[in-house]
Design a protein around this ligand. Structure first.
Ligand code: PXP
Length: 240
């Protein structure tokens, strides 16, 4: 079985930084630590409202990073302009609703279909690998192929919620597996992301054909807990 790549989403390092409106903690530093620790790519989502990652983060990370940068963008003219200027090696087109806390579901591929098609062509011309963030729906897999995407990223939010709530997840697992099989058979590279934890990632890693996981919130959350004790000890040493 081929190795599943790990894309590390560092948006929430920016969330913590922005809580103080300052420069600490730096998303670039997080990206470089992830790179040093064998992350396969770094994911950032430049939202329309810039609630976490800012334009300056994108430019700085793109300049300093050696592993591929995966930029998540909404299908808008503004984001096309930014992506064309920065030319990240990977792009994932995601839905965006201003009031949502996080990306709540996959793209509606029938909405702004014409623009989506043009957007994909333009991004591919810049040599970016283009992925569409979709629900594990067979129809959306077929439509992603028709739209010309290189990859699809399956939204695993529903699956992860079922696991977190100790509910039956087999039906959703099979739904994802069927989407992966169809995607692969159409020549699409299939990725998965949203809400993944150690437990849900382990279960999904059993589906052969998923080539990449993109993980953010849990990974950054766990990093706080794994580093908290060490940081307290360091402060103790410094102040005494
Ligand atoms: N993949 C995509 C396309 C996303 O938009 C996100 C964040 O919303 C993730 C993966 C990571 O999700 P999480 O932060 O829940 O791990």
């Amino acid at each position: 079985m081929s190795k599943i790549r790990l894309g590390v989403n560092i948006d929430h390092v920016a969330t913590v930084r922005n809580a103080r409106g300052d420069t600490y903690p730096s998303p670039l530093r997080a990206a470089l630590i992830a790179q040093k620790n064998k992350a396969d790519s770094i994911t950032i989502h430049l939202r329309e409202d810039r609630r976490h990652i800012k334009d300056s983060d994108l430019a700085e990370i793109k300049k300093k990073l050696k592993i591929p940068l995966n930029l998540e963008i909404a299908a808008t003219q503004e984001m096309l302009k930014i992506a064309s200027k920065n030319k990240p090696p990977y792009i994932c087109i995601v839905p965006e609703r201003r009031k949502e806390i996080t990306t709540e579901g996959g793209l509606n591929l029938n909405y702004k279909k014409k623009f989506l098609k043009i957007l994909i062509i333009r991004l591919k011309k810049n040599k970016s690998r283009v992925s569409l963030f979709i629900e594990p729906s067979l129809k959306d897999i077929i439509n992603s192929k028709k739209l010309g995407a290189d990859c699809v990223e399956i939204h695993t939010g529903k699956f992860c919620n079922l696991i977190n709530e100790n509910k039956k997840y087999k039906k959703e697992f099979i739904r994802i597996k069927k989407a992966v099989i169809l995607g692969n058979s159409l020549g699409l590279e299939v990725h998965a992301g949203h809400g993944l934890t150690y437990k849900s990632a382990k279960i999904l890693s059993k589906i052969s054909g998923i080539k990449e996981f993109n993980i953010g919130h849990f990974l950054i959350g766990e990093s706080i807990f794994s580093g908290l004790g060490k940081t307290i000890k360091k402060f103790r040493k410094i102040i005494n």
